[in-house]
Design a protein around this ligand. Structure first.
Ligand code: ZN
Length: 140
């Protein structure tokens, strides 16, 4: 199955954008009912994570605390001046896997998929790969 790509346009330097709807759309359009969905971020200063999408303060606290753990300026050597963004991206990670059941992402009630921007605003890409489960294959 081909890789689905979509664009994310961030508007702030540090931002978490809920991309659950876009990923679900990719699953729906694939027609896959049962399988695995991988979301991959092809950038070195952005990431993807799954967390609560009910209270926006969770996302605010998330970025606030990450900024304390990895301050923007801390005597880094990287000439581009965005070492903090590189570090945060690797800490959070560049991919997530979600189970697909009955054509839906099998997320918890309060879970959403977040694109994490650490050096915006920018135009970014998200890759989604969907693998269909195979009937008759059993793991022992
Ligand atoms: Zn850099």
């Amino acid at each position: 199955m081909k890789t689905i790509k979509f664009e994310v346009r961030t508007s702030k330097h540090t931002q978490m954008l809920d991309i659950t709807r876009e990923v679900q759309r990719a699953v729906t359009e694939s027609g896959v009912r049962d399988g695995i969905c991988t979301v991959f971020i092809p950038h070195t200063t952005a990431a993807v994570t799954i967390n609560e999408n009910a209270d926006p303060d969770v996302v605010r606290d998330f970025t606030m605390e990450l900024g304390k753990i990895v301050p923007w300026e801390d005597g880094y050597h990287h000439m581009e001046g965005n070492s903090a963004a590189h570090l945060k991206s690797s800490m959070i990670g560049f991919s997530e896997q979600i189970i697909i059941e009955d054509g839906r992402l099998l997320l918890g009630t309060w879970q959403g998929i977040y694109f994490c921007e650490f050096d915006g605003p920018r135009s970014r890409k998200c890759f989604v790969k969907i693998m269909e489960g195979q009937d008759g294959v059993r793991l022992l």
